[in-house]
Design a binder for this molecule. Structure first.
Ligand SMILES: Cc1cc2nc3c(=O)[nH]c(=O)nc-3n(C[C@H](O)[C@H](O)[C@H](O)COP(=O)(O)OP(=O)(O)OC[C@H]3O[C@@H](n4cnc5c(N)ncnc54)[C@H](O)[C@@H]3O)c2cc1C
Length: 481
């Protein structure tokens, strides 16, 4: 089939019937349920963009079909930049507020399939499996979620790579048909809107035999028997687009995933029991770099959107000449330019890796992923500082419709350059970005979704060759003059 339409996605999701629980109830149809339908329709719009712009957003596959460009294994810097522009179009659709547009995982599946020998070295079947899974995912244009982290009852566990044996996802048995797994993983963002669940190793397994049952990498349909998803509260409260401009469109949902003796067919197993390879998977296949690339594209889109919002707030309230407002805007411009610079440097210094894939330079992307969790909360703080009580002076759509209030609202809620409705719309957007439950989750997401910030910092140290710099300091200290 190749690049799909929005309707194809929605009808597939409607039929899926995954076991999703929200607020004590089993959700039967996510395409109509108030908590999920809006995000599902946003995703459908993304798929439709591919059909509307086939040259810019799809590529021709070996068999002559057209697939979504995020599945391409770029071979040249130009192909990489084209894929980047396609990802930017998807990110700009939501102002960067959808972190899990399907390209996030598509680029990683593409990278892993190109590195099939890495899996084949563990078991020849696994090399074939990852390639065939990639082709299926690409040709069906599947929407996937993923889950990496095992839950921990005690923080004393885990730091050194221990797993909590009763909680963590683990191998129960190997059968002729596949492997049977049980346990729990957290989190899976977008799970209710996904058709596929990718389970990759948490890259902190202790290098000993006791860790082998936890060393797993596989893919499974979200409606597999024994698989259950437990949702947090939904932040899409079925409000109008005016009342909740972001939450009513881009609420991705996060779920804890329960595996109750789930059978994973052999053809969907990519690694099993190979601790060293599980720990190395993301780095060795460069999947993590391609994911960081998608995230950097999203960070640029998000920084630009929040900067635009702050600038519009300053403009609408005649605050642009004020020095402290300018200082804050300059700080946000610095953030945005830093994200753009990291993305551009990564693409400019892209090289073809040993798997034949053009991979962006890792260091600028690692820089971006370590900076953004600190810079994003500050951008949101600036929206709060610049807006203050205006974030509370936000009557709803229904208030505008009530003749008993409308006159007051139209008189007292206008701003320097706009009428009351436009001013309230602006601050409702600012509130949804900076103070709503949706906004709070966005900040938490940016802080943690790519992993524990301390471990990400540690990875940056590991991946940076510090010795030449140390040598330079030593040489300076040894200077006779
Ligand atoms: C909104 C959101 C969406 C997410 N979506 C996904 C997803 O789709 N897929 C997925 O796989 N994961 C997802 N994640 C999970 C993410 O991968 C984890 O949050 C991240 O890896 C951190 O793990 P943790 O939450 O268990 O935090 P912890 O590991 O508990 O860390 C929390 C803090 O405690 C510190 N800490 C922990 N243990 C110790 C210790 N022993 N000593 C000192 N300090 C310690 C850490 O450094 C950190 O600052 C998501 C997370 C969020 C918040």
């Amino acid at each position: 089939m190749g690049a799909r339409s929005g309707n194809n996605y929605l009808s597939s999701l409607k039929k899926l019937g995954a076991e999703i629980f929200l607020g004590g109830e089993r959700v039967t149809d996510v395409t109509t349920h108030r908590a999920f339908r809006n995000c599902a329709h946003s995703l459908a719009s993304l798929y439709d963009m591919q059909s509307e712009h086939p040259e810019a957003m799809t590529f021709r596959t070996d068999d002559g079909g057209r697939a979504g460009l995020s599945f391409q294994q770029p071979r040249t810097p130009e192909e990489l930049r084209k894929r980047s522009r396609m990802m930017a179009a998807w990110a700009n659709f939501s102002g960067g507020f959808m972190g899990r547009t399907p390209d996030y995982l598509n680029v990683s599946i593409a990278a892993m399939a190109a590195a099939h020998e890495f899996f084949a070295d563990s078991d020849p079947r696994f090399g074939d499996n990852i390639q065939s899974y990639y082709r299926q995912a690409r040709d069906h244009d599947w929407c996937a979620t993923h889950t990496l982290v095992n839950p921990r009852a005690s923080r004393a566990q885990g730091w050194a790579g221990n797993t909590d044996a009763d909680l963590a996802l683990r191998l129960v048995e190997k059968t002729r048909g596949g492997i049977v797994v049980s346990g729990c993983r957290m989190l899976a963002t977008l799970a209710p809107m996904s058709e596929e669940l990718l389970v990759f190793p948490s890259t902190v397994l202790k290098a000993d035999a006791a860790a082998e049952p936890y060393a797993l990498s596989f893919a499974i349909n979200c409606n597999a028997s024994g698989l259950r998803f437990i949702c947090r509260d939904s932040y899409d409260l079925a409000r109008s687009k005016f009342d909740a401009p972001l939450a009513s469109r881009f609420e991705e949902m996060d779920c804890v995933v329960i595996f109750d003796n789930v059978l994973i067919p052999w053809e969907r197993v990519f690694l099993c029991g190979d601790v060293a390879r599980c720990n190395a998977l993301y780095g060795a296949t460069n999947a993590v770099v391609h994911m960081m690339h998608q995230v950097a594209v999203k960070n640029v889109a998000k920084s630009e959107f929040i900067l635009g919002l702050a600038a519009r707030i300053a403009q609408a309230s005649d605050a642009m000449p004020l020095q402290h407002v300018r200082e804050r805007l300059a700080e946000m411009i610095t953030t945005t330019e830093t994200m753009r610079a990291c993305l551009r440097a990564a693409e400019a210094d892209a090289v073809v890796d040993k798997w034949g894939v053009c991979v962006p330079a890792r260091a600028p992307l690692d820089t971006a992923r370590n900076l953004f969790p600190r810079l994003y909360p500050r951008m949101i703080e600036i929206i709060q500082l610049s807006s203050s009580s205006s974030l509370m002076a936000t009557p709803q759509d229904a208030d505008f419709a009530n003749p008993a209030e409308r006159g007051d609202i139209e008189r007292y809620f206008k701003s320097a350059d706009s009428d009351a409705r436009d001013r309230v719309a602006l601050y409702r957007l600012a509130a949804d970005a900076a103070t709503s439950a949706f906004a709070g989750r966005q900040v938490l997401y940016e802080r943690f979704f790519f992993g524990d910030p301390i471990r990400m910092a540690s990875a940056l140290v590991d991946n940076t060759d510090l010795q030449p710099l140390i040598d330079r300091v030593k040489a300076f200290l040894a200077r006779p003059d």
